[in-house]
Write a protein of this length. Structure first.
Ligand SMILES: NC(=O)c1ccc[n+]([C@@H]2O[C@H](COP(=O)([O-])OP(=O)(O)OC[C@H]3O[C@@H](n4cnc5c(N)ncnc54)[C@H](OP(=O)(O)O)[C@@H]3O)[C@@H](O)[C@H]2O)c1
Length: 312
């Protein structure tokens, strides 16, 4: 396993397992297999509505004693309805309770967008005209409440997700604790090189999500796992296309969290470290960028989170 070092000096495994839209009943088994295989980094979120299933497996694993809590890196995310500073701790504690893990290694602000918090905690609170019911809570207000979670010992590190340069600038200077991570969509069709470099300059680690081009927001002619350049490089290295995609991100210094529930996929991804891409491979993959975003809140919330960054 390779690690990336955060600005907190913590070492985070460069490869984790994603859990978004992992089907109920299959997710727990996948986490068990991932841990048996050697994966020690799990990417979770309140929004995925499945942290309880992961928590069952974590509890069983830690109770058995073969793997200790401190051996597993657990990331989760504060959902949009908990952005009001008075709600941030509640959002965090709900996650820790469901995951049955005592504390989080890393807690991220999932999206730089604040939603109204209704009594029933609905994930998609709407206005009468069916638009999303957002509230005026600034990112820095939420960030300061995130900082308190570190002081309380609920989380070891805090970070952001889906943040453009402009969003980072809103909090960076004023932050007492600088963001440790920015988790963003990143794969050869959406390389975001400028943003990656900006984060590196500030000491913010990038974690790449949807690194295989996801399966859930597929777009025509955009099957990353079947891209001819990726297939050719994979063949040359006797590797799978997924291994090439994961290793491409790791060799750029990013952490990567491919989602997988099929045992053969989980094992295939873990074995990516045997692949070493050459400089020529990296250059060839760099030419594939087409600024194609699979995960865009314009599609599901009708909210423009990325602004100018979407147009590039
Ligand atoms: N911060 C955010 O806003 C945000 C947004 C999106 C995602 N994420 C995180 O990032 C994770 C990954 O992104 P994602 O779920 O969108 O998509 P992804 O990891 O790019 O793709 C997942 C798909 O790839 C398949 N797969 C996995 N390993 C494979 C292999 N070795 N060969 C062939 N296919 C393989 C999976 O199949 P099986 O599952 O059937 O094995 C699944 O269909 C999420 O699960 C979530 O944890 C974060």
């Amino acid at each position: 396993m390779e690690y990336v070092e955060l600005n907190t000096k913590q070492k985070m495994p460069a490869l984790g397992i994603g859990t978004y839209r992992s089907p109920k009943g299959e997710l727990g088994k996948a986490i068990k297999i991932a841990l048996e295989t050697g994966i020690r980094h799990i990417d979770c979120a309140y929004f995925y509505e499945n942290e309880d299933e992961i928590g069952e497996v974590l509890k069983e694993t830690f109770d058995q004693g073969k793997i200790k809590r401190e051996d597993v890196w657990i990331t989760s995310k504060l959902y949009n309805i908990f952005h009001d500073p008075k709600d941030v701790q509640e959002g965090c504690e709900k996650t820790i309770k469901d995951l049955q893990c005592g504390y989080l290694d890393l807690f991220l602000i999932h999206w730089p967008v604040a939603f109204a918090k209704r009594d029933n905690l609905e994930l998609f609170p709407k206005n009468d005209d069916d638009s999303m019911c957002t509230v005026d809570v600034t990112l820095i207000e939420t960030w300061h409440a995130m900082e308190k979670l570190v002081e309380l010992g609920l989380v070891k590190a805090i970070g952001i997700s889906n943040c453009t340069k402009e969003k980072i600038d809103e909090i960076y200077e004023k932050a007492k604790i600088k963001p440790a991570v920015n988790q963003i969509e990143n794969h050869p069709y959406l390389q975001q090189e400028e943003l990656c470099q900006y984060c590196r300059k500030l000491g913010i680690q990038i974690t790449a999500y949807s690194p295989l081009g996801t399966t859930d927001f597929k777009q025509e002619n955009a099957l990353l796992l079947k891209d001819p350049v990726i297939l050719e490089i994979a063949k040359k290295h006797n590797a799978s296309p997924a291994q090439v995609l994961i290793k491409w991100n790791i060799q750029r210094g990013n952490a990567v969290i491919p989602k997988a529930v099929k045992p053969e996929h989980i094992k295939d991804n873990f074995e990516c470290f045997k692949v070493k891409l050459t400089e020529e491979d990296m250059k060839q993959i760099a030419t594939l960028d087409r600024h194609l975003r699979f995960v865009n809140p314009m599609y599901f919330w009708n909210i423009d989170v990325f602004g100018e960054a979407n147009k590039k």
